[in-house]
Design a protein around this ligand. Structure first.
Ligand code: ADP
Ligand code: ZN
Length: 531
């Protein structure tokens, strides 16, 4: 803490120069900081990399007392504290990774008024012992980081956050600032209500990242497609490749290394030392590629990440935005590239169905997936759709820097094709009381006498061979889009196709089905089995 500045610079600006060594505030930082320094509550919606940390760090330094930072990211606390100490800021943390003695030292520092900032996990803050400790010291500000964790609709819901509403009751004179990078309008309202901050001023930064080019390509042979993408556009660049499973992380990293790309794996199954080493290399070296599960990246602050590639579909638009947002923090042109195919839809729908959680949880997960699929299947500008998801309007209806703007996809009337595929599923299901996946349905439509078609007499079905006007790839595209639009569903372990209520509207000719034309892709990529 200190005294208000009497010079030309505010004390906040002086602190920015002196402690952090930065020239000027960015975006709304100054307004937010002045508001909190003056004792006001704030809810801050700012995308990842926007500079949220300073919004509470500077008030904590300027106001008298210790700033308490509530963060669920225990794994990052040590790094955050080390970084602050390197700048000469007195920072500490209390979490479950410490032993009793380490904790005692930090507690003593806090009580002696020696700490500018103290990081706490929400589950620790709930404890009466912690609250008692806090009430014996002086607090300058409460910062609630990752505030969207309070929302049951978000994918990061943490019950411990619900208890944070007591902060305002116990410390009515201490300003609170809640920060998040992932919030729809509804989540924003929830944060205000559940944290008990009705008087808070709201600050909302634009989510647009104009230097990131968004592209979603049809998945055929994802590893090879990734390699061409890297060779053609990002040779020697630093980047992150996200995969769903640890196994595919390992395989993809090996594949890249074998093909001359400097790449390392990162996932929770790796030895902690290996993981930390790979992360450190990524931050330090130029042009290293990290192949990772989503465990990687929380709090990673590397300005020159030139691309983020997804080989598997993220579970939500929020996840996608957060992950792609790690690219191009320095403002230079960067690419968010994703390979997406039929198997992604089938796999994620199956995972939701067979996953844990009650019915409400499943419905939410399905709604998140639906929004993500809509982004993948849109024929409109991706950026516009992305911003709309966060309740924001794009500056122009077409950004000119995403794949759909650069090469607008053609659409076609897929009503008849949809009817053919849906009647095939109906025949199998209702005539034969059998359930099959996409492969069999497409083989039937194409009139292929495969061993499995013969074995089940499927060449006797009236729909056998009625779909020869489309290629196999095109049929898979039809299936994918019908699944994405919930005009078709999957069931069970093997992803058997089943009809939905909406399928009836298509079969009953009550509904047209406009579809996106599958983009042409290189012949080499066609033979893959990945889509
Ligand atoms: P967020 O928490 O919103 O993801 P951070 O607070 O980690 O973002 O900030 C992202 C990066 O931008 C950090 O490297 C930070 O030091 C830098 N930064 C933040 N504010 C400024 C500023 N006013 N001037 C220069 N760099 C800044
Ligand atoms: Zn666009």
């Amino acid at each position: 803490g200190g005294v208000p500045g009497g010079g030309e610079d505010s004390e906040a600006l002086a602190t920015l120069h002196r402690v952090f060594g930065y020239e000027a505030f960015r975006g709304q930082q100054e307004e937010i900081i002045e508001h909190v320094v003056a004792g006001g509550d704030a809810v801050v919606l700012m995308p990842t990399g926007g500079g949220k940390s300073l919004c509470y760090q500077i008030p904590a330094l300027v106001r008298a007392g210790t700033g308490i930072v509530v963060s669920p990211l225990i794994a990052l606390m040590q790094d955050q504290v080390d970084a602050l100490r390197a700048l000469g800021v007195q920072a500490g943390f209390i979490n479950s990774t410490q032993d009793f003695d380490e904790r005692r030292v930090v507690e003593a520092q806090f009580l002696a008024g020696e700490l500018d900032l103290l990081y706490l996990a929400p589950e620790r803050l709930r404890l009466e012992g912690t609250l008692d400790l806090l009430s014996r010291g002086k607090i300058s500000v409460f910062a609630i980081d990752e505030a969207h964790c309070v929302s049951q609709w978000g994918h990061d819901f943490r019950p411990d956050y619900l208890a944070l509403s007591m902060l305002g009751e116990r410390w009515p004179d201490v300003p609170r600032i809640a920060l998040t990078a992932t919030a729809t309008r509804a989540t924003h309202r929830e944060i205000t209500e559940r944290l008990g901050m009705p008087e808070a001023r709201h600050f909302e930064a634009s989510f647009d990242r104009p230097n990131i080019q968004y592209r979603i390509v049809p998945k055929a042979d994802p590893k090879k497609q990734l390699l061409s993408f890297l060779r053609e556009e990002h040779a020697g660049d630093a980047g992150i490749v996200y995969c769903l499973s640890r196994n595919s992380v390992e395989k993809t990293a090996e594949f890249l290394v074998r093909n001359g790309v400097e790449a390392v794996p990162y996932h929770a199954g790796l030895d902690a030392a290996v993981r930390a080493g790979n992360q450190a290399r990524f931050l330090r070296e130029d042009g290293l590629v990290v192949v990772a599960t989503i465990a990687f990246g929380m709090g990673i602050d590397k300005p020159d990440v030139r691309f983020v590639a997804h080989l598997d579909l993220p579970k939500s638009v929020e996840g996608y935005y957060q992950e792609t947002g790690r690219a191009g923090r320095d403002g230079l042109p960067s690419t968010a590239w994703m390979a997406y195919g039929l198997q992604d839809v089938v796999q994620q729908r199956k995972m939701i169905q067979s996953g844990e959680g009650d019915e409400a949880f499943r419905r939410r997960a399905a709604a998140h997936l639906d929004s993500m699929l809509a982004l993948c299947e849109t024929a409109q500008c991706r950026r516009t759709q992305l911003l709309a998801y966060f309740g924001q309007e794009a500056e122009t209806p077409a950004c000119g820097n995403c794949d759909t703007c650069l090469a607008p996809p053609e659409t076609w009337d897929g009503t008849v094709a949809a009817q053919k595929l849906l009647s095939t599923v109906w025949r199998l299901h209702h005539e034969r009381r059998q359930k099959f996946g996409v492969v069999q349905a497409v083989d039937i439509l194409l009139g292929k006498r495969t061993a499995k078609v013969i074995q089940f007499d499927h060449d006797q079905l009236s729909v056998f061979g009625i779909g020869q006007e489309l290629t196999e790839a095109e049929w898979r595209g039809v299936a994918r889009q019908l699944l994405a639009q919930r005009l078709l569903a999957v069931e069970g372990e093997y992803g058997a196709l089943v009809l939905t209520e909406a399928s009836g509207e298509v079969l009953g000719r009550k509904r047209e089905v406009p579809l996106r034309k599958e983009p042409k892709r290189p012949a080499a990529a066609r033979s893959g089995s990945g889509s």
